[in-house]
Design a protein around this ligand. Structure first.
Ligand SMILES: Nc1ncnc2c1ncn2[C@@H]1O[C@H](COP(=O)(O)OP(=O)(O)OP(=O)(O)O)[C@@H](O)[C@H]1O
Length: 270
């Protein structure tokens, strides 16, 4: 169990209860999407995973260690966090320096630092921007710089807060491929997202939060079976699911590959 949240509650000083008795376990190598309406408590939950929020009650355990008892810098070796707003985490004068900062800070040797920085720039499509000032890039590009700077830290767990926001179609496809690649490298990935297409293409499991509580937790395919699952009703079905329904297909389909498989089966059955 790489992440374990036990009966976690969080009340802000103004009295708002953002999380109420949340329990959740994530195994190493899982891809989990946390979804839910605005104000559900998703970002608050993420802040607990990186140790910048302290539980009102309950515990958060990362790799068997109580997050509340660890220094933020220590936790950063295990959990990389990509903020919703990249400007919360970009400070260096060039993209390459920004991406190289994390591995340098963690004390990695020079050859590992260089290899990780180059890899992170390459997989986020930023090699050509290595010498640019992050502030001169677009919002979508800055988000990719933030992602690259977390990748370069080579943490076993990566938490992404709304990664597809502000990304054009090409960048979303790049992101989906990247999540698959990271999964194949054995990373544990948890993303907070409102993007059901992204959930369908890149994640195995969905956790639905609402009003600070876990309302649903299970495989992404089951969650997407809209009318059989009331927790899905507040979300837009993935495009492939809507298309499958319009075609009258009885078995729900959510991904492009799933759609093509069913199309092939239907053609063969004719
Ligand atoms: N610093 C804070 N002080 C007081 N209340 C807060 C604070 N941060 C968040 N909240 C409240 O806690 C609740 C959960 O907020 P949170 O940001 O975790 O939700 P979210 O699911 O991430 O929302 P969104 O989808 O809009 O980003 C909301 O009611 C919010 O107003």
């Amino acid at each position: 169990m790489v992440l374990r949240v036990d009966s976690l509650s969080h009340r802000y000083p103004n009295g708002t209860t953002a999380l109420a008795d949340v329990s959740l376990t994530v195994r190493a190598g899982e891809r989990v999407a946390v979804v839910g309406p605005n104000g559900a408590g998703k970002s608050t939950l993420a802040r607990h995973l990186i140790g910048i929020a302290r539980p009102t009650s309950g515990t958060v355990t990362v790799d068997g260690r109580d997050a509340a008892g660890l220094e933020i810098a220590e936790l950063a070796r295990s959990v990389g966090f990509v903020f919703q707003n990249p400007d919360d985490q970009l400070h260096a004068a060039t993209v390459a320096k920004e991406v190289g900062f994390g591995p340098r800070n963690l004390g990695f040797p020079a050859d590992r630092r260089t290899a990780l920085t180059q890899w992170a720039l390459q997989v986020t499509g930023l090699t050509g921007e290595a010498n640019s000032h992050p502030r001169h890039l677009s919002f979508g590009e800055r988000k990719r710089v933030a992602f690259a700077s977390v990748l370069a830290m080579d943490t076993p767990i990566i938490v992404l807060d709304e990664p597809t926001t502000g990304q054009d179609h090409r960048s979303v496809v790049l992101l989906e491929e990247l999540v698959t690649d990271l999964h194949e490298r054995g990373k544990t990935i948890l993303a907070i997202t409102h993007d059901t297409d992204f959930c369908a293409e890149s994640f195995d499991r969905v956790v639905v939060l609402s009003e600070g509580r876990v309302r649903w937790d299970g495989p992404v395919e089951r969650w997407l079976e809209g009318d059989r699952n009331p927790s899905m009703s507040a979300f837009e079905q993935p495009q492939m699911a809507r298309l499958g329904r319009r075609l009258g297909w009885p078995t729900p389909v959510a991904t492009v590959d799933g759609f093509l498989d069913q199309l092939t089966d239907h053609a063969a059955a004719r």
